[in-house]
Design a protein around this ligand. Sequence first.
Ligand code: AQP
Length: 332
Amino acid sequence: MKRIFSGIQPTGNLHLGNYLGAIRNWVRLQGEFECIYCVVDLHAITMPQKPEDLRRHTREATASLLAAGIDAKTHILFNQSQVSAHAEMAWIFNCVARLGWLNRMTQFKDKAGKNRDSASAGLYVYPNLMAADILTYKATHVPVGDDQKQHLELTREIAGSFNSAYGVEHFPMVEPLIFGEATRVMSLRDGSKKMSKSDASDYSRINLTDSADDIAQKIRKARTDPEPLPDTIAALEARPEADNLMGIFAALSDLSREAAMQRFAGKQFSSFKEELAALAIDSLAPITSEMRRLMADPGHVDAVLRDGAARADAIARPILRQTQDIVGFLRP
Ligand code: AQP
């Protein structure tokens, strides 16, 4: 059986990076896999969140996923805190993962920054919770952006270490699914930084809630260089901002990067940016308007999450029970 699990944090407005690196692929995989998609609110609180913002962002992320085409009836969509098996499994994995493994995680280093002593313990063990999310469903495949590759390797390490410590073949070796021309969308202000919800500058990202005018303005103002667009991939890759915008164009138009590049080779950025803005607006407008419609009915969004959580729990609980039996926990 091929089962997908993937999650998204309700830590702010979802952006074009989340859409091209994850959500659009999630939608496309629904035809081929049994899919479990999760708004990972337990992960969100590894950084401080205001309760009212967390509630709003959880509903917004859910609305974005539904608007982008996640089918919550055929598949499962829920928020993580409603299924307690995630936290229970994560504790077991806290006792499987080694400190040395966690110390290698670059996301912790990036997010904790220089002031590590004041980072939450939750941020440090974030990858263990992510392993629990995936393995509590015995998911076989996880579609993610390129930034999550290292965490998935840790999930495999935890699964392998658990299986060999207890002499079982309990957890599967999960496969990452990283595909498309935009596996790492970069900031519009700095081609060396990933586009991120938590970037202080709103001009660094295109939010799924942005109006057509916002999108056009952000693309117009995106950082570029004065040279015309190149005609070889090597030359494109040497110019991170140009490469990023070309990757976005290629992904949105379902072209290869090479084909997209050839279309604009030798042209100025101004004409390329105009076409890119029109394409981004056309691609995102239907999602944004459906999202607004859904956000006007929070009762419906909450009902989708409640229903998804009940169906997720029915899969997760027996796998957690088997895991607890393997570990040796007594239960009546
Ligand atoms: N810039 C990106 N390019 C491609 N894929 C991306 N993803 C995130 N940013 C990019 C993918 O989106 C999925 C959900 O990510 P997330 O929201 O759970 O976590 P994140 O990677 O921490 O995203 P942000 O925007 O950077 O959030 P903050 O600022 O809160 O840390 C994942 O599959 C991820 O790969």
